[in-house]
Design a protein around this ligand. Structure first.
Ligand code: OOB
Length: 541
C-alpha cells in the first residue's frame, strides 16, 4: 500500500525537466501578486457588485489579512477551509493565506455541514473562513457546528464582522515566502468512490497552468474576465479564470449568480471580454440572448466546459452571443485542454480541445491499460507538469487512481484526433456529471443507506435535456419499511449535503437485478440500472 502523503512529489528527474523547460519558475502566488502590483498598481484588479479594487488595493488587503492570520496563530502549512461566494474578498483571503504560507481548502458555497466536516476533518484544518447568511443559508452557523465537531478547527472567521474587520486591518509585515515547489492549496475532486478527495496543488505547477491558460485564451491587460460560476472551482479560478486574468494584468468581475440576467447586466456594465460557463448555462444564455436588451458586444470569447458541450449547442453559441466559442475540458487534478482561438471550426465544434503543454502525456487505453489504436475510444490516462501524482493523505486510493508509473486515471472515455484534440465520449467512473456539478454515486448511496428503511441503494445518471444528466437513486426498502421518495430526498438533504447531490429521482424497487453468479458488484448493478433508466422514458422527466 502507498503511504498517506500530503503531497506525492514528481520523480526528481521529471521535476528537473519541468524546471529546465521553464514550466516551474520558482514563484509563489504571494510573490506573483507583488510583481503584478509593481507592474499594474493603479489598474483595476477585481470588481464586485459594489467594490472595485486596484492591484495595489488587493495587494494591501492580502498583506494585512496575512499579517492578521499570523497574529491569530495561523502558521505556514496550516490548512484553512475557505467557503466564500463570489465576492472580491475571496481573492484577498486566498492571497492572504498564501502569503501566510497557509493552504486554502476550496469549499463551494453549495457545500453543507457534512461536506465541510469531511474537508475540515480530512485536512485537519486550523480554521474556516466563511460569510454570514448568504442565499438564505447561515454559513457562519454551519462553520461553527463543524468547528465543534472537528478538534483541529480553532477559528471560525466570518467576513463582515467586527472581528474580521480587525483581522483585515492588521498592519502588514514581512513574512517568509513559502517553498514554490510545496503545496499551495487543496482543491476538491469530483469524487467517484465515497467522499471527495483533496487535491494538493503546488505554487509552481498551478502557476504554470494559469500562465499558459492566460496565453491560450489571449488575455491582455485590457481584457475583463467575468467569473459567473462559483469562483472557488478550478474552472473559474484558473481556466483561465480570475487567476489567469490577474496574471495578465486584467480585471475580474465576480458575479454573485450565473443566470443570464445578472451576467448580461455585468457584461454590459463592465465591458466583459471573456467568461466561462457550463453547457446548461451556455444553453440558457443562448436563449436569453435572443431577447435581451443588454449590449453584449464587448464579449469576445465564451469558454464552455465542465461537462460535454454537444455539437448542436456548440454551433449556436457564436451566432447567438456574437463571440468565439472556446471549449475547455479540465479537471481539478491537473490536465486542462482548450480548443485554440484559431482552430478550424470542425475542431472547435467537435472536440473538447488539446492539452495546454507539450509535456502533458496522454494515453488512451483499454481495460488492461493497453494503448488503443489511434482514433479509437478508450480511457484517458495522463501525467504532466501540472497533474498531481497523488491525492492528499490517500495512499490506498492512490494505488488505484494512478498507474504504477504515475499516470492519473481520469475516468473519462475519449477519442483522439490526429491533431491531438480530444473528444470526450463518455465516462468510466462512478460519477454523475449534473451540468458540470460532479456527484459521486457512492457518497449519495451512503447517505441513503443511513436511513433505517433503506436496505440497499444505487445512484445512477439519467439523461436530461437541460443538465445533460440528472441523478436517479434506486432504492430497495427494508422489510416492513416503506419510505417514500419525497421522504428519502428530505432525509438526504437534512444530512447536510449540497442541494445538487440530493437525488433528482428516487425509484423504490422490490429488488435489484442480479447476475447468474448471484450478487452483483455495485459497478455492475449501476451499469444494469443505467440501462434500465435509459429504457424508461417516464424516468427522464
Ligand atoms: C472541471 O473540473 P472537475 O474537477 O470539476 O471535473 C473534471 C471532470 C473531467 O474528468 C470530466 O469528467 C468532466 O469533469 N469534464 C468534461 C469537460 N470538462 C470537464 N467532460 C466533458 N467535456 C468537457 N468539456 O470540470 C474543469 C476544470 C477546469 C476547467 C474546466 C473544467
Amino acid at each position: 500500500m502507498l503511504p498517506d502523503l500530503d503531497h506525492t512529489p514528481w520523480p526528481p528527474e521529471v521535476a528537473a525537466h519541468y524546471r529546465a523547460a521553464g514550466y516551474w519558475r520558482g514563484q509563489t502566488f504571494g510573490s506573483l501578486l507583488t510583481a503584478l502590483t509593481a507592474a499594474h498598481a493603479g489598474r483595476t484588479a477585481v470588481i464586485g457588485e459594489e467594490a472595485r479594487w486596484t492591484f495595489a488595493e488587493l495587494d494591501d488587503r492580502a498583506h494585512r489579512i496575512a499579517a492578521g492570520l499570523v497574529a491569530r496563530g495561523i502558521r505556514a502549512g496550516d490548512r484553512v477551509v475557505v467557503q466564500l461566494p463570489n465576492v472580491p474578498e475571496f481573492l484577498a483571503v486566498i492571497f492572504g493565506l498564501w502569503r501566510a504560507g497557509a493552504w486554502p481548502v476550496f469549499a463551494l458555497p453549495a457545500h453543507r455541514e457534512s461536506e465541510l466536516r469531511h474537508f475540515a476533518g480530512q485536512a485537519e484544518a486550523a480554521a474556516i473562513v466563511t460569510v454570514g447568511v448568504h442565499e438564505r443559508h447561515d454559513h457562519a452557523a454551519t462553520a461553527r457546528a463543524v468547528a465543534d465537531d472537528v478538534p483541529s478547527v480553532e477559528h471560525v472567521l466570518v467576513l463582515d464582522t467586527p472581528e474580521w474587520a480587525e483581522l483585515a486591518g492588521t498592519a502588514p509585515r514581512e513574512l517568509p515566502d513559502p517553498d514554490p515547489e510545496g503545496v499551495a492549496f487543496l482543491q476538491l475532486s469530483g469524487g467517484s468512490t465515497g467522499l471527495p478527495k483533496l487535491i494538493p496543488r503546488t505554487h509552481d505547477d498551478y502557476l504554470y497552468s494559469v500562465r499558459e491558460s492566460a496565453r491560450i485564451c489571449r488575455l491582455r491587460p485590457e481584457s475583463v474576465y467575468l467569473a459567473a460560476l462559483p469562483v472557488a472551482h478550478n474552472y473559474p479560478l484558473s481556466s483561465p479564470g480570475v487567476l489567469g486574468a490577474l496574471h495578465a494584468g486584467a480585471a475580474s468581475v465576480l458575479s454573485p449568480r450565473p443566470d443570464a440576467d445578472t451576467a448580461f447586466r455585468l457584461i454590459e456594465r463592465e465591458h466583459v471580454t471573456i467568461t466561462g460557463v457550463v453547457p446548461p448555462l451556455a444553453a440558457a444564455w443562448v436563449q436569453a440572448a435572443a431577447r435581451t436588451t443588454r449590449d453584449l458586444s464587448s464579449l469576445e470569447v465564451l469558454l464552455v466546459g465542465g461537462a460535454k458541450c454537444g455539437r448542436e449547442l456548440a454551433a449556436r453559441i457564436g451566432p447567438a452571443l456574437g463571440c468565439t466559442l472556446q471549449q475547455v475540458f479540465g479537471m481539478a487534478e491537473g490536465l486542462v485542454n482548450y480548443t485554440r482561438l484559431d482552430d478550424p471550426e470542425e475542431l472547435v465544434l467537435g472536440t473538447q480541445g488539446r492539452p495546454i503543454s507539450l509535456d502533458d502525456e496522454i494515453r488512451v487505453v483499454d481495460e488492461q491499460d493497453r494503448d488503443v489504436p489511434p482514433g479509437e475510444t478508450g480511457a484517458l490516462l495522463t501525467r504532466g507538469p501540472y497533474t498531481i501524482r497523488g491525492y492528499y493523505r490517500a495512499g490506498a486510493h492512490n494505488a488505484t487512481a494512478f498507474t504504477a508509473d504515475g499516470f492519473y486515471r481520469t475516468g473519462d472515455l475519449v477519442r483522439r484526433k490526429p491533431s491531438g484534440h480530444i473528444e470526450v465520449v463518455g465516462r468510466a467512473k462512478e460519477q454523475i456529471n449534473r451540468g458540470g456539478e460532479k456527484v459521486a454515486a457512492e457518497e449519495v448511496e451512503d447517505h441513503l443507506m443511513a436511513h433505517p428503511g433503506v436496505l440497499d441503494a444505487a445512484v445512477v445518471a439519467v439523461a436530461d435535456q437541460y443538465l445533460g444528466e440528472r441523478t436517479c437513486a434506486y432504492v430497495v426498502a427494508a422489510e416492513g419499511a416503506a419510505p417514500t421518495a419525497p421522504e428519502l430526498r428530505k432525509f438526504v438533504r437534512q444530512r447536510g449535503i449540497a442541494a445538487f447531490k440530493v437525488p433528482d429521482l428516487v425509484e423504490i424497487v422490490p429488488a435489484f437485478p442480479v447476475t447468474g453468479v448471484g450478487k452483483t458488484s455495485k459497478r455492475e448493478l449501476r451499469a444494469a440500472l443505467s440501462e434500465l433508466a435509459a429504457l424508461a422514458p417516464d424516468l427522464k422527466g
